[in-house]
Design a protein around this ligand. Structure first.
Ligand code: DGL
Length: 263
């Protein structure tokens, strides 16, 4: 069986999820859409995020994908149910896999969640964790400055250390033993987050959790060529540079599409 996976995100942060998928399934054909013209989603309303996510899905379906990963934590938090109810194709988000992992690794039943404003406001992580284990206490924090810091490559800077520390201190004071990186961009900030939270606290990366859970679905996929096609709704001049950061390698060929046409 040959399955083409469609992956979408509000921008190019979802390439951190693609990186995990490629690592685990090197022969899987992937079509990626990043809504770079309308990023960020994390500060927008539920109505707008839902409208955009539906357009993103329609675009991927027009490319013939048979399975969709909503790599964007904001979309997965705010409107995954709506997407699943609207489309017949299987659609998986990043919240469920990350929550299942967090619940399985936390020893003291105290879990921290960090994400965009919309993700935290939706309480999707908290509700999913509670549905899996009602005894777990969840401490959430929106970290809106993390996305621009990651995009600017502000990883090893003093200013980043100060900001990350300020956002994470209340969560650490709550004595969590597990923190979920609930945003596509946050894996880039892992080195500084790790420095601040110390070596004992477990860090859960939602992208690698999705890839892990897809193992059972995709294990019989037999495709000859690993083909990654990338579509964006805007081509920013620093895309080549940013793609290396998020995907770990340069992407030279991307196509631009007009996403507003997909309704
Ligand atoms: N991709 C978004 C997420 O994972 C972060 C960027 C945005 O705000 O759109 O939540």
């Amino acid at each position: 069986m040959k399955r083409t996976i469609g992956v979408f995100d509000s921008g190019i942060g979802g390439l951190t999820v693609v990186k995990e998928l490629v690592r685990r399934f090197p022969n899987l054909p992937i079509i990626y859409f990043g809504d770079t013209a309308r990023v960020p989603y994390g500060s927008k309303s539920k109505e707008i995020i839902t409208k955009y996510a539906i357009q993103d899905t329609i675009f991927l379906l027009s490319k013939g994908v048979e399975f969709i990963v909503a790599a964007c934590n904001t979309v997965s938090s705010v409107c995954l149910d709506k997407l699943k109810a609207t489309f017949k194709v299987p659609i998986i988000g990043v919240i469920g896999p990350a929550c299942r992992k967090a619940v399985s690794v936390s020893k003291n039943n105290r879990v921290g969640i960090i994400g965009t404003v919309a993700t935290i406001k939706s309480r999707a992580y908290e509700k999913t964790i509670k549905s899996l284990n009602n005894g777990i206490r969840v401490f959430s924090r929106a970290c809106p400055l993390f996305v621009p810091l990651a995009e600017e490559g502000y990883i090893e800077k003093d200013a980043t250390h100060t900001i990350v520390s300020e956002y994470l201190t209340p969560i650490l004071r709550a004595r969590v033993d597990t923190v979920v990186l609930g945003c596509t961009h946050y894996p880039l900030l892992k080195p500084v987050i790790r420095k601040i939270i110390g070596s004992e606290v477990k860090l859960i990366d939602s992208g690698s959790c999705v890839a892990e859970e897809l193992e059972s679905v995709l294990k019989n996929s037999k495709s000859k060529s690993a083909n990654l096609e990338i579509f964006l709704s805007d081509l920013s001049p620093n895309f080549i540079h940013l793609s290396k950061k998020f995907l770990g390698k340069r992407v030279n060929r991307v196509k631009m599409i007009e996403i507003e046409r997909y309704v």
